[in-house]
Ligand binder design. Sequence first.
Ligand SMILES: NC(=O)c1ccc[n+]([C@@H]2O[C@H](COP(=O)([O-])OP(=O)(O)OC[C@H]3O[C@@H](n4cnc5c(N)ncnc54)[C@H](OP(=O)(O)O)[C@@H]3O)[C@@H](O)[C@H]2O)c1
Length: 267
Amino acid sequence: MAEQTFANMKAVVSGATGTIGKAVAQRIVTEGGSVIILGRNEGTLQEIVAEIGGDATYRVLDIDDDGAVEAFAQSLDRLDILVTTAGWTVMGPVDEVPVADAMDMFGARFFGQCRLIKSCLPKFDDGGIILMCSGVGNTSFYPRYAYGSAVAGAIEAFAHHIAGELAPRKIRVNVVSPGWTVPEEFDPDRIRSNRGFNNEQQQAEFFAALDSPMHETIAAEEFADALVFCARSRHYTGQVIRLDAGRSVTDKPIDGAVDPMTFAYQS
Ligand SMILES: NC(=O)c1ccc[n+]([C@@H]2O[C@H](COP(=O)([O-])OP(=O)(O)OC[C@H]3O[C@@H](n4cnc5c(N)ncnc54)[C@H](OP(=O)(O)O)[C@@H]3O)[C@@H](O)[C@H]2O)c1
């Protein structure tokens, strides 16, 4: 049998009750690792532990709570892999979104990832993998998404910096920037605050803006593929894997509205 990527490795995955984190946790146990999954809803955590099987356990943890995160980290024996995908987003025009809502989002989605990493670092031996989650908004224009874009940029800058700080310990830090990654059943409530569209045209524009040049959404399992890649690539650190079906390459459709031949070289 081929060697399993995560054999004998201990992992923690935050946001594991969500679309992306659950797929990552599933892959870790499928590939021989043990995982502690984190979230705030005990019932959902129990269901997911039962569903993914293997060596999986859970802890109820609000990553917005400094003391709770620190206590959780101290309870760990050691750690090889930390994947931080917990978070949510705020959407709306900049003149309408209360800054307090944006600060709330940064609390969980940016500082939540930072505090989990900071608290867990003493549990890594020399070597280890940290994989953060940003989002495509900072590389491409999305209407009504100023704060979501800003948080993605902050996460990538933080990861780039700490990859340098942690390189001497051979801890590799990378980020996946996912494009529109949808579960089988999409729950609109996971996008908070000012999500409401004033009219159908706005809604149509928003969904058109989520489209990618490939006209495809991302599967959460592709995020898990990225973790496997990071685990196998011993010298890959400080990078952002843009898993977005070309959305960060262009926010304009290159078929249909824009004719690529218009830009052909004219001799
Ligand atoms: N899916 C996409 O298209 C996409 C694209 C770009 C970026 N992102 C970002 O990537 C991250 C993961 O996306 P997703 O689609 O997997 O999200 P999701 O399905 O909405 O799941 C979010 C996860 O974050 C957890 N969470 C939120 N706030 C928390 C807190 N304070 N403490 C602990 N856990 C908390 C939730 O756990 P609970 O059970 O406790 O609620 C849940 O497990 C999010 O930050 C999202 O904004 C997603």
